[in-house]
Design a protein around this ligand. Structure first.
Ligand code: NAD
Ligand code: G3P
Length: 682
């Protein structure tokens, strides 16, 4: 490639296939029915079962070979490739490094595909990997990938070769950085598949994916400190690939789902039934990586990996995936708790709080819950809740603890309360605060579960968040709890995680109040980071709903979520430069974006909005689909947009800008994807 940097793509393109009968079939028909049924291959493609013949005279060798064929293909190529050629490896392969003992402590002990190919053929190897489920890429739907290439000149040529309007490629200077995420993400897809097989619901799945992503970043930092660039996680080879393979129909996820349903079948049988082949590639990656971690005696630092490995080796039951240690309780004075709000999430969290109050001596046993009174089938909602222990309108079918008391008088509810839990739709927060001002204890503490309260000063563009408003109006400190918490799943005790942003003096008591074995709370001092991630995901979830409404496949949806997550983090940094970059990987960040974008109300309504093609208003859709619950995305979006516009930041936030234009019908939902360059060829 050195002498001729621009490959000539108009010449016949040779493609190696595993058998001569397959080669003849493809050359005769123009179709590869085994791998890509129904799609005609380009006319200049010529199949051959002889790898050396396919590679003869080539400047560029694209290796996109199944794991089980890679060694054989490379063997056939040895000594037959041009010494100036470059390989581009797309196969996601991991093997134990045969040289690791000789390398001693310096050796990583793992061998990725690019290193294997480069060493065997004596030529440089780049990689190209991302959220690229093949069938959808072949059909022209938008997808994105990351090129890992050491040589900047070669990188330029490859970017030109691969970048298309519907296939967006960016580059990093290290192939290993790309492979670390794109290959090891298979372990996360195994965990995601287990969640699907166990039917754990979206919060649990988002929590499992988040735990996996955190461990993957930690693994990279620990064992590949030079290559592990922070960016790789938030590039297409990281977040996009993790999401596409955990939610799309990736082979690893599909097999793991089947294994969790019937572990007695074992991987071989599951793979035969689901893939018509042997053990899926992701399981080989999992085993190799787990053995490597054991050899470094580091299992206790990678509990997610260890647990997924135990389940896959039938040493633990699939259901143990989300087991958590039972927390210890510290006794102190009995605190009165008031829950302000009684909607879908209000009742689900009140159930947790009331159960913890019964168990733990530091809380008074009776918990008060303020209900915005209304009549349901001729009866007061407070009476129904107090007599039948069920909120039949907002959380039907879930029994509420008997020590939870519904109260319609808000000042009675907050009287003498030490802890005020704010959990109502953001649009009603200012009204509530006005009505309780002067009625709360001076040493009370607030904790806000409200997502999306962002008050923008239209003159200056300055921002007041919900916790800031509570502190200013009531003169009490306020913590925040946000996370991947679709309420109905939490109410049914499916495992979920949440992030508690609070000061150190509040953290123990609030954690004791909110944490349970099924609702795992992690604390951070980054209060505003937690709160803003919780609000901003409402906006990105609208784009996820548009993607579903328009029928876009998993690669495209994963790409829009990655772009959204980037803009969320960028806006938080812009507003609060001291916020922690680590908050993105807490439940309130990545995991909440996932659960909302796959099963939340914002997603649901935005999908309906896209399907209606401009014929329905948001108000009508909310009424039709949410049975009295509240949609937050469009109004949060308007607030975010006001902030962006006032500060002149449109260019830095193209996705938020485009979503606002679609929400207000200035452009179509499809226009959002076009505005940020996600164009599908179909
Ligand atoms: N539902 C979820 O899955 C979920 C999960 C996590 C966080 N959240 C967040 O929690 C907050 C509360 O959401 P929710 O799901 O409990 O509410 P919801 O969407 O179920 O909203 C209905 C609630 O609003 C109340 N209401 C209606 N008019 C009112 C008024 N004028 N004044 C005061 N209250 C009024 C209703 O009585 C009812 O309690 C929101 O910020 C939401 O984003 C929701
Ligand atoms: O249903 P949504 O879209 O309001 O999202 C619900 C929760 O915030 C998910 O954590």
């Amino acid at each position: 490639m050195g002498q001729s940097p621009k490959p000539q793509m108009n010449e016949p393109l040779a493609m190696w296939v595993p058998s001569s009968s397959m080669a003849s079939e493809i050359n005769a028909t123009g179709f590869d029915d085994a791998n890509l049924p129904g799609l005609r291959l380009p006319k200049n493609l010529r199949a051959t079962a002889d790898a050396a013949e396919a590679a003869a005279g080539a400047d560029l060798l694209i290796l996109v070979v199944a794991r089980e064929n890679m060694a054989e293909v490379v063997e056939q190529l040895k000594g037959k490739v041009k010494s100036t050629a470059t390989a581009v490896v797309m196969s996601k392969i991991l093997m134990p490094d045969p040289l690791s003992k000789e390398k001693g402590d310096k050796g990583s002990g793992l061998h990725f595909g690019s290193e294997f190919v480069s060493q065997a053929l004596g030529i440089p190897a780049a990689v190209l990997m991302g959220g690229t489920l093949a069938a959808d890429v072949a059909r022209g739907y938008f997808a994105e990938a990351t090129l890992g290439c050491k040589d900047p000149k070669v990188s330029e040529v490859l970017l030109e070769l691969f970048n298309k309007p519907n296939f967006s490629v960016s580059s990093l200077p290290s192939p290993t950085a790309v492979e670390l995420f794109a290959v090891l993400k298979a372990i996360i897809a195994v965990g995601a598949g287990f969640c699907d097989g166990l039917e754990l619901g979206h919060n649990s799945k988002a929590a499992v994916i988040r735990l996996g992503a955190v461990e993957l970043a930690k693994f990279a930092r620990r064992f590949y400190p030079e290559e592990a660039s922070k960016e790789a996680l938030t590039e297409a080879c990281g977040i996009t690939d993790i999401i596409a393979s955990s939610y799309g129909d990736s082979r690893t996820r599909r097999c793991a789902e089947a294994f969790a349903r019937e572990p007695q079948k074992g991987w071989d049988q599951v793979a035969r039934e689901k893939l018509r082949s042997g053990e899926p590639a992701g399981i080989a990656v999992l085993r190799t990586c787990a053995a490597f971690v054991r050899s470094h005696r580091a299992e206790s630092d990678f509990p997610f990996l260890a647990r997924v490995d135990e389940i896959s080796a039938s040493r633990a039951a699939p259901a143990s995936l989300t087991e958590m240690a039972i927390p210890r309780v510290r006794a102190s004075k009995a605190l009165k708790v008031a829950v302000l709000g009684s909607g879908n999430w209000g009742c689900a969290i009140a159930k947790i709080i009331a159960r913890n109050a019964l168990r733990r001596t530091e809380f008074q046993k009776d918990v008060a819950m303020w209900v915005h009174e209304e009549t349901v089938e001729g009866r007061k909602l407070t009476d129904i809740i107090n007599e039948e222990h069920e909120n039949v309108k907002y959380l039907p079918g879930v029994e509420l603890p008997h020590n939870l008391h519904a109260e319609s008088e808000v000042t009675t509810c907050v009287r003498d309360a030490h802890i005020l839990v704010f959990v109502l739709p953001h649009q009603f927060l200012p009204g509530l605060l006005k009505s309780i001002k002067g009625a709360v204890l001076a040493d009370a503490v607030g904790v806000s579960l409200v997502k999306g309260y962002l008050e923008i000063d239209r003159q200056t563009g300055s921002l007041t968040t919900g916790t800031q408003l509570i502190e200013a109006e009531l003169g009490i400190p306020c913590a925040v709890l946000n996370g991947a918490n679709v309420a109905t799943d939490v109410a049914h005790d499916h495992f979920a995680e949440a992030t508690l942003g609070c000061t150190s003096d509040q953290s123990q008591v609030l954690w004791n109040l909110l944490n349970t074995p099924q609702f795992s709370v992690r604390t951070t001092p980054d209060i505003l980071g937690v709160e803003l991630f919780g609000g901003l995901k409402n906006v990105v979830a609208l784009a996820a709903g548009f993607s579903d409404g328009l029928g876009f496949p998993p690669n495209t949806k994963a790409a829009i979520l990655r772009r959204g997550l980037q803009e969320m983090a960028r806006l938080i940094k812009e507003l609060y430069p001291s916020s922690s970059p680590d908050t993105l990987l807490e439940s309130c960040g990545l995991a909440d974006l996932l659960t909302t974008s796959y099963s939340g109300r914002n997603r649901l309504c935005a999908e309906a909005f896209a399907v209606a093609s401009g014929t329905k208003s948001w108000e009508d859709i909310e009424k039709e689909l949410l049975q009295g619950q509240k949609l937050q995305g469009p109004s949060t979006c308007a607030d975010v947009w006001a902030m962006i516009e006032k500060r002149g930041l449109e260019n830095k936030f193209p996705l938020f800008t485009a979503i606002q234009r679609a929400v207000t019908k200035e452009i179509t939902p499809e226009g959002v994807f076009k505005c940020i360059g996600l164009v599908s060829a179909t």
